[in-house]
Design a protein around this ligand. Structure first.
Ligand SMILES: [Ca+2]
Ligand SMILES: [Ca+2]
Length: 144
């Protein structure tokens, strides 16, 4: 059943979901559901819930990088994204630490929780060294 659900989740902050879920199938009894109820419903499907959370956090991360670029009067080209990465790599270590990612996310939305930022890093840190290197960063944007 879950495969038939088209969901439109807009996370203003990840704790407060402010949208509805609409089912695309006529035979489905679930036509409309508040986002918070949808998350409760998803408790029965932990893998799908984790996948959704991961997708939403990655989307928020991309949004934060693009917001930074936009604020600095740049666009969304490879060079612009590279520049954003370099600017957020405050200690010039070549990767983004949890703290640096936190600053990036909070520049866009100060309400994003530390827990969600830590979870985001867990999802995007492919080699699991606790930092986001440039290769992983490029993979997120899929434009390099
Ligand atoms: Ca760094
Ligand atoms: Ca890493």
């Amino acid at each position: 059943m879950i495969l038939f659900i088209q969901f439109y989740l807009i996370f203003s902050t990840l704790g407060e979901i402010s949208s509805t879920v609409i089912c695309a199938s006529d035979s489905c009894v679930l036509h409309q559901m508040m986002g918070v109820d949808f998350l409760n419903f998803l408790d029965k499907f932990p893998e799908e819930k984790a996948l959704l959370k991961s997708m939403c956090l990655k989307r928020l991360f991309k949004k934060a990088v693009k917001a930074h670029s936009f604020k600095n009067r740049r666009g969304f080209s490879k060079q612009d994204m590279t520049k954003a990465f370099e600017e957020f790599d405050i200690d010039k270590s070549g990767d983004l630490s949890l703290d640096e990612i936190g600053k990036l996310m909070h520049a866009m939305d100060p309400k994003i929780s530390e827990r969600d930022i830590a979870m985001l890093l867990k999802y995007i840190d492919v080699d699991e060294d606790g930092k986001l290197n440039f290769e992983d960063f490029k993979r997120i944007f899929r434009c390099f």
